[in-house]
Ligand binder design. Sequence first.
Ligand SMILES: Cc1cc2nc3c(=O)[nH]c(=O)nc-3n(C[C@H](O)[C@H](O)[C@H](O)COP(=O)(O)O)c2cc1C
Length: 184
Amino acid sequence: MGIHQILKKRFSPNHFLNKPIDQNHLDIIFEAGRWSPSCFNEQPWRFLYAHQHQTEIFNNIVSCLAEKNQEWAKYAPLLMISIAKKNFSYNNKPNKWARYDTGQSVAHMTIHAMEFNIYTHQMGGFSSEKVIEIFNISEHYEPVSVIAMGYLDDNLYEKELSLKERSRKDKEEIFMNGIFNIND
Ligand SMILES: Cc1cc2nc3c(=O)[nH]c(=O)nc-3n(C[C@H](O)[C@H](O)[C@H](O)COP(=O)(O)O)c2cc1C
């Protein structure tokens, strides 16, 4: 028994098929993000996205990325900025879990997208200040990540994957049954 096929296949590619994301697929991916759990059911996540053919907005998102990310992400069919609402709506107190929940919503979308052979590549390498300025984001919200999305050519799967060095920590380093015995 291994992990689910969808989880096994997923990785963060740097090349996508030159094909716009199907609106039906996108709607379902968004629906997956919408149904993610969140603290107090606040649903603090917001997403600002543009297809590549929406040239001006798309290029504005690209311009917020770190140079290294721009090099490949400018060819992605869709770019999306995840944004977290900082305070709870019900009491206006800081929501310590806003970024956590926003990431979880992205994870839901990332995994569901695999069903359509749509791969995502998340990025922390971007200028939050630039996003705030260009897109006029209010002080109540903070940009969290940028996500590139696109289809992967089945024929390119192995090639693209081979360009990546993918590794993970050992299970023993992460999961501890009852005793927290790591002090690094
Ligand atoms: C929050 C976050 C920020 C990341 N930032 C970047 C980035 O700026 N540039 C990049 O090329 N990859 C970025 N990545 C991708 C990771 O490097 C990648 O997920 C990790 O190496 C594991 O590889 P995998 O997704 O192929 O399994 C980011 C991933 C996450 C979740």
